[in-house]
Design a protein around this ligand. Structure first.
Ligand code: FAD
Ligand code: DLZ
Ligand code: SF4
Length: 508
């Protein structure tokens, strides 16, 4: 009997579980560009174009390898509009009685597949280092699920940067040498850019016609769209970006969106690159003396530590995770997140480059937009949907733990031991944004006070009951309490006035 083999837009890996279980002589691969996936949040046009172009090229590669592929384009008149709809249509067309699928990275699609009226065999996604069972076993009985300990397990499992059972260089973590402030000169050359070929161009036209009104600039489009290009980008970055990766990992520089960052998340998450191949390329560079250990360890930790850890949390915590709201925040997302005018230069820079490239680096996501969202009490679900829409590397399994957990503390501390909040000082130290801002980062109150300075205390004050006892925040509450009472009242009333302006939809 014919079986259908489902390959989703972020499963573009030749030996993905469902393909590995299938028989190319008799089974039919189903791939579909569908309105439901392209529209469940208003994805950035560059992200949609990347997914569709990479899907088309991957399907062509499968056909060359002898697979029968039933590929549906978005504008096919028979397009059923959803993944379940396409499966049913193709099952009827080919007389198929069952489906082989690799577990999707989102509860929404997992339950849609489980509810299908024909048998769907879901295979665990093997592109990750930790299996679900391994993560569950690690988490079992622990009071706190801290990434650092999980990361050490992953080092031992993969053997990356390990010598005779001990970490290379004698330390597990070289972060103390990383995270320097913004440099005077940016010497990294940025990601490798690829000129669209005719096939990619056709996708761009389609995306422009159908999703041109979504937030985000489609052209120039420069992403890699197949494995060969993604590997060339990786090799380029290992040479030009990796050596400076650790030092300037947290720095932010005006009009420099990429700095030394890898811009690999979108390729890893779609399946064009494998996490171990990427880590081995970094390790090889260290062994060849081409990159320092602090950079290579820091990078490998992001991939086999953070990336695996957040995935483990997503599946451990269950389908309600994106609805968590431990702090009861309910303010709507401000228009400046969609590009509306703002005097806050750090937000303007971060949103403008997000609009242009569907990219912002970690510290911009965490300490600029995320920090603002948390301090201002923005609804975490609205922020979750925003992050899911605007970044080319965003899929729920990786985005939600970062937003709901790490950035918004909406999971009540499953991921973060304290909320990632800061006043304007942190942004001033790590970036050159403040010099060009309508606000003054040194002003703690008054008409020009940096909004982060006001909102920081407002946040701590309104959540005092929850955070006062946190050992990492105790000193900060003591500083606040030592402040003159009149000054504290001025800070809080100016913060409230700022939030009122935000609620009125005024440009801030
Ligand atoms: P680099 O900074 O060069 O890091 C290398 C790689 O490490 C990344 O490509 C990524 O695969 C991995 N990595 C680093 N940090 C993390 C992390 N915290 N979680 C998972 N992987 C990590 N990452 C996504 O892949 N998709 C998302 O939707 C996403 N949303 C985020 C939302 C918020 C609020 C925050 C704070 C972080 C988010 N991250 C997300 C994590 C991180 O910011 C991105 O992986 C990174 O910025 C991607 O850029 P890069 O490839 O240049 O990464
Ligand atoms: C992100 C995305 C988009 C924009 N479009 C499609 C699509 O048309 N067809 C498809 O199979 N996958 C798409 N994807 C990726 C899915 O949304 C992704 O598989 C789920 O979010 C699970 O991670
Ligand atoms: Fe951002 Fe405040 Fe600096 Fe302006 S002064 S760029 S709002 S941190």
């Amino acid at each position: 009997m014919v079986r259908l083999v489902l390959v989703l837009g972020d499963q573009l890996t030749p030996d993905i579980a469902a393909l590995a279980e299938a028989d190319r002589a008799s089974d039919v691969v189903v791939m579909a560009e569908v309105a439901s996936e392209a529209g469940y949040v208003p994805h950035h046009p560059k992200k949609i174009a990347f997914v569709f172009a990479a899907m088309r090229k991957f399907a062509a590669g499968l056909e060359q390898d002898g697979w029968r592929v039933a590929y549906t384009r978005l504008d096919d008149p028979d397009n059923a509009g959803s993944i379940p709809g396409e499966i049913l249509r193709r099952a009827e067309e080919f007389g198929a009685g069952e489906v082989l699928a690799t577990e999707p990275g989102e509860w929404r699609l997992i339950s849609a597949l489980e509810d299908m009226p024909l048998p769907v065999h879901l295979f665990e996604d093997r592109r990750f280092i930790a299996t679900h069972a391994e993560f569950e076993a690690w988490a079992e009985g622990r009071k706190a699920l801290r990434m650092e300990y999980f990361y050490r397990e992953m080092r031992r499992k993969t053997g990356l940067l390990m010598e005779d059972g001990a970490p290379s260089g004698g330390k597990w973590n070289y972060d103390a040498e990383n995270r320097k402030p913004a440099p005077d000169e940016v010497t990294a050359s940025g990601p490798m850019e690829f000129t669209p070929d005719a096939e990619v161009d056709a996708v761009l036209d389609l995306v422009e016609a159908r999703f041109g009104d979504n937030f985000g600039t489609l052209r120039p489009f420069w992403f890699a769209t197949d494995r060969g290009q993604a590997r060339r980008h990786l090799a380029h970055w290992v040479k030009t970006g990796l050596p400076g990766f650790g030092d300037f990992q947290d720095a932010m520089v005006r009009d420099e969106p990429f700095l030394w960052h890898a811009v690999l998340g979108l390729y890893l998450n779609a399946g064009l690159l494998d996490p171990l191949e990427v880590c081995r390329a970094a390790q090889d560079a260290w062994e060849a003396g081409e990159a320092p250990l602090n950079a290579v360890e820091g990078f490998i930790r992001q991939i086999i530590g953070w990336r695996e850890y957040v995935r483990g949390i997503y599946f451990l915590e269950g389908p309600d995770y994106t609805r968590r709201n431990a702090l009861g925040h309910d303010r709507p997302l401000p228009a400046m997140f969609w590009g509306a005018e703002t005097g806050m230069e750090c937000i303007r820079q971060t949103v403008a480059q997000t609009e242009a490239h569907a990219y912002a680096h970690h510290i911009q996501r965490l300490m600029v937009t995320g920090n603002f969202g948390l301090l201002a009490g923005i609804d975490p679900h609205a922020l979750h949907e925003w992050y899911l829409a605007v970044y080319a590397d965003a899929y729920e399994w990786v985005e939600a733990p970062n937003v709901i957990g790490m950035s918004q503390f909406a999971d009540a501390g499953v991921i973060a031991s304290k909320p990632y909040v800061s006043s304007g000082n942190y942004i001033a130290k790590m970036s050159d944004y403040c010099g060009d801002c309508r606000y003054k980062v040194r002003d703690k109150t008054g008409p020009d006070a940096c909004p982060f300075n006001l909102l920081y205390w407002h946040f701590l004050d309104r959540h005092r009951d929850r955070f006062e006892g946190n050992p990492r925040l105790g000193n900060i509450y003591r500083t606040w309490d030592r402040m003159d009472e009149a000054k504290r009242e001025t800070v809080l009333s100016e913060a409230r006035a700022f939030l009122d302006r935000l609620d009125e939809g005024a440009a801030v």
